[in-house]
Design a protein. Sequence first.
Length: 227
Amino acid sequence: MESLDLLANNIANASTGGYKADREFYSLYLSSEAAGDDAANTMPVIERQWTDLSQGALHPTGNALDMALSGSGFFTVQGPSGPLYTRNGAFHLARDGTLTAAEGYPAATVSGAALTLNPAQPVEVLGAGTVRQGGIDVDRLAIANFADSAALVKQGGSYFVAGPSAAPATPAASVEQGQLEDSNAGTAEGAVRLVSVMRQFEMMQKAALMGDDMSKQAIEQVAKVTG
């Protein structure tokens, strides 16, 4: 059931820009009633889930405000309760010219100020995140990175929040203007795994039913003998 939930969520977000797929880390469960280490007495169980932060494919859009990161790092935006981190660089300009994410969160800059642009002028974004208009550097986008990716916690959609143990690291990413990063949750792979997990689930269901039936028959046989 846990695997089905993870896979269903990955497939639902296969078209969400910058989305990072959830994966399972399995271990073996040994029944306390089972004797010995026979493989028949063990079964796989999800010990924990982890997020696959591998880069998705980049595709050109022709929109100067669309940005993708090639390499390790995250765009930083100002969320309602603090900074959020994302690989989804589908930015747009608010009415006041502020560069914002799709949900309206302002893009964070190294200066700490909101990045306000003139919608009438072309926008140029350099590889390091420097934003230019009219040949003048306006500001530089804040690109974050973390030493331990496991310290990042999903916050919904393609956003992450840094956990208490998150330690900053030097970004190793280049900003690619006019491109967006696709989700790394492949639809085809997810569909194949979904079918496989559903078959495993059906097999375990049948095994459980067989076990119940055997117990019922055993009780009936004992009742006949004692009767």
